[in-house]
Design a binder for this molecule. Structure first.
Ligand SMILES: NC(=O)c1ccc[n+]([C@@H]2O[C@H](COP(=O)([O-])OP(=O)(O)OC[C@H]3O[C@@H](n4cnc5c(N)ncnc54)[C@H](O)[C@@H]3O)[C@@H](O)[C@H]2O)c1
Ligand SMILES: O=C(O)C[C@H](O)C(=O)O
Length: 330
C-alpha cells in the first residue's frame, strides 16, 4: 500500500501533478491538501477509474493532519510562484513560512514519510525542511528530496534540439548543484549516451538550462511560472522513487539532498563546500541510498560553472538554516 499526499494540490502544479499521481497504478491512496479548493479537485479526480482512492482536505478540522496521516510520500508544491522581474529568492519571504509549517505537520503526522519539496526557492526551502525535521528529532536525510528534475528534463529537451535526438527522454544528462540561475550546472560531458555539443552552441545551451524557468515566467507574462512541465518532472521523480521503494534496482535521478546523511556524500561536500547539493542519487527502499560523485569528473568548462555555483548556493542554504535556527521576530 502506498499513500501519497500533494500539499498545494489546488495550484498550477498541484492539479496536474495530482492527476498524474491519480493515474499511477503504484499509488493506492492519494490525499490532496491545500488552503483552497481541494474538495472540488478531489471530487473531480475521484471519478477517474484508476485504483487510487482520492480524498481532499482544507485546513479546518485538523485537515493537514488528516491529509498527512499514514502517508508514505508527501509532495509539496505549495507557495507562490514568480512573476516577471522576480528571482526565486524573492519568494523566500512567503514560501519559507509555508514550507516550515507544512514540514511541522509532516513531522507530527507522518514522520517516516518521504518528502519531495518543489516550492521555491528550493535552495533554501530544503534546508528549512531539514532544520524543522531535525528540531522535531525525526530527520532522515535519505528521505528528504529537493525536486530538481525539471532542470534535467529541460537539459534533455534542449540538448536534443541541437543533436537531433528524436526522443529527448532517452538522453541521460546530469544537472547538478542547486535550482536557480548559476547554481544550476549541466554536465553535458557526462551525458549517456555521449552527446556532441558544437563549441559555438555551448554557452547558449548552458544559459538556457540555467534560465529555462525565466523563459516560462516571461512567456506567461504575470500568470505564474512552469506548472505543466513541473508536474511532469515532479511525477517523474515521485514515480521513480516509488518504484525504488518497492524494490526496483538501478533507479537513479538527480536530487537536492543533505549529502552528509547519504552514502558517498562526504566526498562531494569536501569538493563543493556545500552540505546540500543536487547530484545523481541512487534510489532504493530506504530512499537516497547513494550519492554519485559526478563533481570530481567534471571537465574544465564545467568546473568553472561549478565555482560560480558554490558561492550563491552556500548563501541560499545558510539563509534557510538561519530562518529556523534564528527565526525572524514575529
Ligand atoms: N522545483 C521546481 O523546479 C519548481 C518548478 C516550478 C515551480 N516551482 C515552485 O512551486 C511553487 C508552486 O507553484 P504553482 O505555479 O503551482 O503556484 P500556484 O500559486 O498556482 O499554486 C500554489 C498552491 O499552493 C497553495 N498554498 C498556499 N499556501 C499554502 C499552505 N500553507 N498550505 C497548502 N497549500 C498552500 C495555494 O492555495 C495554491 O493552490 C512555487 O513556489 C514555484 O516557484 C518549483
Ligand atoms: O522559474 C521558476 O520560478 C519556477 C521553476 O523554478 C522553474 O525552474 O521553472
Amino acid at each position: 500500500m502506498v499513500k501519497a499526499c500533494v500539499a498545494g494540490a489546488s495550484g498550477g502544479i498541484g492539479q496536474p501533478l495530482s492527476l498524474l499521481l491519480k493515474g499511477c497504478p503504484l499509488i493506492d491512496e492519494l490525499s490532496l491538501y491545500d488552503v483552497v479548493n481541494t474538495p472540488g479537485v478531489a471530487a473531480d479526480l475521484s471519478h477517474i477509474s484508476s485504483p487510487a482512492v482520492v480524498t481532499g482536505y482544507l485546513p479546518a478540522d485538523d485537515g493537514m493532519k488528516k491529509a498527512f496521516a499514514g502517508c508514505d510520500l508527501v509532495v509539496i508544491p505549495a507557495g507562490i510562484p514568480r512573476k516577471p522581474g522576480m528571482t526565486r529568492d524573492d519568494l523566500f519571504k512567503i514560501n519559507a513560512g509555508i514550507v516550515r509549517d507544512l514540514i511541522k505537520g509532516v513531522a507530527e503526522a507522518c514522520p517516516k514519510a518521504f518528502v519531495l519539496v518543489i516550492s521555491n526557492p528550493v535552495n533554501s526551502t530544503v534546508p528549512i525542511a531539514a532544520e524543522v525535521l531535525k528540531a522535531a528529532g525525526v530527520f532522515d536525510p535519505k528521505k528528504l528530496f529537493g525536486v530538481t528534475t525539471l532542470d534535467v528534463v529541460r537539459a534533455e529537451t534542449f540538448v536534443a534540439s541541437i543533436t537531433g535526438e528524436k526522443n529527448p527522454s532517452k538522453l541521460n544528462i546530469p544537472v547538478i548543484g542547486g535550482h536557480s540561475g548559476e547554481t544550476i550546472v549541466p554536465l553535458f560531458s557526462q551525458a549517456k549516451p555521449a552527446v556532441d555539443i558544437p563549441a559555438k552552441d555551448y554557452d547558449a545551451l548552458v544559459n538556457r538550462v540555467q534560465f529555462g524557468g525565466d523563459e516560462v515566467v516571461k512567456a506567461k507574462d504575470g500568470a505564474g511560472s512552469a506548472t505543466l512541465s513541473m508536474a511532469y518532472a515532479g511525477f517523474r521523480f515521485a514515480e521513480k522513487l516509488v518504484r525504488a521503494i518497492k524494490g526496483e534496482k538501478g533507479v537513479v535521478e538527480p536530487s537536492f539532498v543533505y549529502l552528509p546523511g547519504v552514502a558517498g556524500g562526504d566526498a562531494i561536500v569536501k569538493a563543493t563546500g556545500c552540505e546540500f547539493f543536487s547530484v545523481p542519487i541512487e534510489l532504493g527502499p530506504s530512499g537516497a541510498e547513494k550519492a554519485i560523485d559526478v563533481v570530481n569528473s567534471a571537465n574544465d568548462a564545467e568546473k568553472k560553472l561549478l565555482e560560480a555555483c558554490y558561492t550563491g548556493l552556500k548563501g541560499n542554504i545558510s539563509k534557510g538554516v538561519e530562518f529556523i535556527q534564528n527565526p525572524p521576530p514575529k
